[in-house]
Ligand binder design. Structure first.
Ligand code: HEC
Ligand code: HEC
Length: 434
């Protein structure tokens, strides 16, 4: 069943690509007609292409509504911004690396899309393993292949193995949607949500991940610095600063592609010439920044609305914050917007069962960054019809995920479990609408 669903998702992607090509061709033909005014011969091209377009839509398993898809741009981009989005889309979704284009020699996968299909959540078949760091003093295994396990290699090279004595964590890919909004939340707003000493006594603290950041990052005005460390926010441990940091790292550590940003070869440890142009990396960053946020479904349904109120009452919203706002962005469609990610971008103690003994930045091994819940109900679309939730996909349903909440979230879990059946159902229906 998993493979059938995966095949359907893939074939939908193929159809989408074909439509893109047909759309571009139609534009071309229309331009030809205008230029040469040779209507007759143009129809010879238009007709077969139109027939292809129509028959493609007929093949489509079930055309999905806009609120089911995660991979479009945000509304309100200028033409120029749409062109950059498309260029990033092609690099992210269509570019598969080979040894001729710089792949490896050690790697985990050959393209971004192989782990981030349809920009939705990944599965235990697309995991990454990182190893070697147990506390904020840093990673002691960097000279033996850390922090990330490259478990595949080109012929003639040896794939890495986890070195003896190194603790590790498995991560499933999160969805890539709405990240441009998350990138623009100000440090001041993040700090306002933190409560390191639990002064309000609700059992929930929440701290940012303070981490060193690479020199190529442009530090935004208003960024808060503490002993040379900055507030980081991306990744399961919240250890990466922005989408450039995340993208340059992904090329380097996931695909073995060096760039001027991250020139160190993952295999030899030496700096080598860039295998990808800065412009391509920046286009991918722009693509991630302008991927739309998931759209809530059934938000006016009475049960969904009850569920939303209960979600706050039982303290879920203390970490999964319903509303955040962006600061200024040169992209008008992202600037000063209020959005609903259901996260505080902070780290929380989630208890011993979720402690893998591995960490990044200043996070403790048992601390995780609150993941956004938007798009939660769409997770199965990219997870082969199943749920694989929490950092390693161990939760097979939304209820499973709630039951794994411990540590700072233990009270909230207990509150959920004390609800009557119809209230529980309302909370789950609300979560599925996200
Ligand atoms: C081998 C699978 C794999 C490949 C290939 C891969 N990723 Fe990821 N990606 C992941 C996993 C797993 C995570 C979560 C890692 C973490 O939390 O630290 C992730 C996290 C991310 C995030 C952070 C999302 C968030 O909510 O914080 C972004 C952005 C991202 N990847 C972009 C990319 C880009 C761009 C590429 C291609 C250059 C890429 N990824 C290639 C597996 C992959
Ligand atoms: C103390 C902060 C906190 C509270 C309170 C909290 N959560 Fe979470 N939640 C987290 C963190 C952190 C994770 C990620 C843990 C991991 O990845 O292992 C998470 C993960 C989840 C996930 C899985 C998301 C995914 O994409 O994998 C769901 C669903 C969820 N929470 C729902 C809830 C609900 C419902 C409540 C209220 C009953 C709740 N949470 C209360 C912090 C919290």
């Amino acid at each position: 069943m998993f493979y059938v669903k995966t095949f359907l998702v893939l074939s939908k992607n193929v159809i989408k690509q074909m439509k893109k090509i047909i759309f571009i061709n139609l534009n071309f033909v229309v331009r030809c007609v205008k230029t040469f005014n040779s209507t007759k011969s143009a129809w010879l091209i238009i007709l077969p292409i139109s027939i292809m377009a129509v028959s493609c839509s007929n093949f489509e398993p079930d055309a999905q509504a806009d609120d089911q898809l995660l991979d479009g741009p945000i509304d309100g981009l200028t033409n120029e911004q749409n062109r950059r989005f498309l260029a990033g889309d092609v690099a992210f979704n269509d570019e598969v690396f080979t040894s001729a284009t710089g792949l490896g020699p050690v790697f985990v996968a050959t393209s971004c899309v192989s782990c981030h299909a349809g920009d939705g959540k990944g599965t235990p078949f697309t995991t990454l393993i990182r190893f070697g760091q147990i506390d904020e003093t840093g990673n002691g295994f960097l000279d033996v292949g850390g922090p990330q396990l490259q478990n595949r290699a080109l012929p003639g090279h040896t794939p890495e193995q986890i070195p003896a004595g190194a603790t590790f964590s498995k991560f499933t890919p999160p969805a890539n949607t709405g990240l441009g909004f998350i990138e623009l939340v100000s440090d001041t707003d993040i700090l306002a949500m933190a409560d390191p000493d639990d002064l309000d006594g609700d059992g929930i603290s929440g701290v940012p991940n303070w981490n060193h950041i690479p020199g190529y990052i442009t530090i935004p005005s208003g960024a808060v610095v503490q002993s040379d460390k900055y507030i980081c926010r991306f990744g399961r441990k919240g250890a990466t600063f922005d989408l450039l940091h995340q993208t340059a790292n992904a090329y380097n550590q996931d695909i073995g592609i060096t760039s001027s940003f991250e020139p160190k070869d993952a295999y030899t440890g030496f700096d080598i010439d860039p295998e990808i142009a800065d412009a391509t990396v920046r286009n991918v960053v722009f693509y991630l920044q302008t991927l739309k946020a998931p759209i809530q479904r059934n938000q006016n349904d009475a049960e969904v609305m009850t569920g939303k109120v209960l979600f706050s009452q039982i303290q879920c919203a203390a970490c999964h914050k319903p509303e955040l706002k962006t600061g200024y962005s040169p992209v008008a469609a992202l600037s000063y917007k209020t959005f609903s990610p259901y996260t505080d971008l902070l780290l929380h103690d989630m208890g011993p069962a979720l402690d893998d003994g591995y960490t990044e930045g200043s996070a403790k091994t048992y601390e995780w960054r609150t993941p956004p819940l938007w798009g939660l109900g769409l997770s199965p679309n990219s997870q082969g019809g199943n749920f694989f939730l929490m950092h390693d996909g161990r939760a097979r349903s939304i209820n499973d995920a709630i039951q794994l909440h411990d540590g700072e979230a233990a009270n909230s879990r207990k509150n959920f479990n004390q609800l009557n059946e119809s209230d529980k159902k309302a909370v789950l229906k609300f979560l599925n609408s996200l």
